[in-house]
Design a protein around this ligand. Structure first.
Ligand SMILES: Cc1ncc(COP(=O)(O)O)c(C=O)c1O
Length: 426
């Protein structure tokens, strides 16, 4: 890149930051604090290595659902394609908010009813919603912490850094059933916490937060005056059909918190309905948080296009495709148990669609690289999703495998993985 004088605008010795940006202009310094995204690190790990030529490459690193999107959702999009002529309401169509509230009531029969008028807002997927929520909620006039599980969905950290706050990582190690130990966090840390992000079922571990842990989080939120963002985008993907994971809204009701004080939950159609490209989800909860969040979003300007709103309405109103979609993941977990179980220490998670595998030998980067070279599988080293802490790095030594391909390639991938593991321990 050259400036008008024909000279490079980057002075000699100019720093290139961790995400490859050249610090040329006076700009938001927080951008330079962003960590390299996991998939960029994965590209660098695999660069220059060649997978086997005699079989197809199977990508299982990204949590992008690949089951075919439901036909009726595509149909609704087509039907409303002509609506491009008008600006959509940023708070969503009233019937869409109603459909979202009804879907919550079906999913969590024990939860307090959500008022579609004041307690729910559409967002452009939970990624966008969570990012915006962090920007909207934090008080920029005081230094603040955002507490989050470790490992974690990377947007929590990026949103925190870009809001000028500091991430505080709460490890979720296997010894603690992959759950955060909230009581291990010092009071002095909670005192600076403005927001706690929890994810259930979790990415990458699939762990489900039990009612008691949600309730402990509520007590701490009251005591230390912080807000809880509950990322429940995997709420409809769980392995025991007879035991849907409890949600934060149910925990709140059981604790007598009818007003959902300090709590906002985030839900999405991406995983539930296998339509990640629609970019559609919602935030619901405490009206005293949803109101200001709606005001923020008026300026933020990310109203869902009307066709997206109608397609989302159709998807939230239809529960049978959700169960069918979930059963496909359950079948793939059974397959994993059958194929890998005899050869590796495998835990089938309670929810989400990832295998979180403790790699034999313990070197997750090397394992992922060699698995790519030998078997043509693309998986993600666990350490790319976590941060090292004083108590260790809870992602190191794990591999995240997304069971998103269809059944046949998934079976093929699991067989290749099993062969690879056997060749290592032999
Ligand atoms: C834990 C978690 N939260 C949020 C998201 C974002 O999903 P979406 O924006 O498609 O709703 C993902 C996607 O992988 C995720 O794994």
């Amino acid at each position: 890149m050259h400036g008008p004088t024909g000279q490079s605008p980057v002075p000699a010795g100019q720093e290139i930051n961790c995400i490859g940006l050249i610090a040329t202009f006076r700009m938001n310094p927080n951008i330079r604090q962003l960590q390299r995204y996991p998939f960029e690190r994965l590209r660098a790990l695999l660069a220059g290595h060649v997978p086997p030529a005699d079989r197809p490459l199977i990508p299982m690193s990204i949590g992008e659902p690949r089951h075919a999107p439901p036909g009726f959702v595509i149909e609704a999009l087509h039907q409303h394609a002509g609506d491009l002529g008008s600006y959509p309401p940023s708070t969503g169509l009233p019937e869409l908010r109603q459909a979202m509230a009804a879907a919550l009531a079906r999913r969590y029969p024990g939860a307090a009813k959500i008022d579609p008028q004041n307690q729910i807002l559409p967002v452009g997927g939970t990624r966008e919603g969570l990012f915006a929520f962090v920007q909207a909620m934090l008080d920029p006039t005081t230094p603040s912490l955002v507490a989050m599980p470790n490992p974690f969905y990377q947007i929590y950290e990026g949103a925190t850094i870009l809001a000028g706050a500091t991430p505080y990582y709460i490890n979720t190690p296997r010894e603690n059933a992959f759950l955060p130990d909230l009581d291990a966090v010092p009071d002095a840390t909670w005192a600076h916490c403005q927001l706690l992000v929890l994810c259930s079922p979790g990415n990458p571990t699939g762990a489900v937060i039990p009612i008691e842990l949600w309730q402990r989080a509520f007590e701490l939120a009251d005591r230390f005056n912080f807000v809880i963002a509950a990322d429940e985008c995997y709420a409809d993907i769980y392995t025991d059909e007879s035991a849907p994971p409890p949600g934060a809204l149910e925990a709140a009701r059981l604790a007598g918190r009818e007003r959902l004080d300090r709590l906002v939950v985030f839900h999405s159609l991406s995983k539930r309905s296998s339509i990640p490209g629609l970019r559609s989800g919602f935030a619901a909860g405490d009206r005293d948080l949803i109101g200001p969040f709606a005001a923020y979003r008026t300026y933020h300007g990310v109203a869902l296009p009307l066709a997206t709103q109608y397609a989302s309405l159709a998807a939230w109103n239809e529960p049978t495709h959700v169960a069918a979609n979930r059963r496909r993941y359950q079948a793939k977990f059974h397959l994993a148990e059958e194929i890998l179980g005899p050869h590796v220490d495998l835990e089938i998670p309670a929810g989400a669609f990832y295998l979180w595998l403790a790699v034999p030998g313990g070197d997750d980067e090397r394992f992922a690289r060699d698995l790519y070279i030998r078997e043509g599988l693309i998986t993600l080293p666990g350490r790319y999703l976590s941060r090292p802490t004083a108590n260790g790095d809870p992602g190191a030594g794990y591999l995240r495998i997304s069971l998103v391909p269809d059944e046949d390639p998934c079976r093929d991938a699991l067989l290749r993985l099993s062969r690879f593991i056997r060749s290592r321990v032999a």
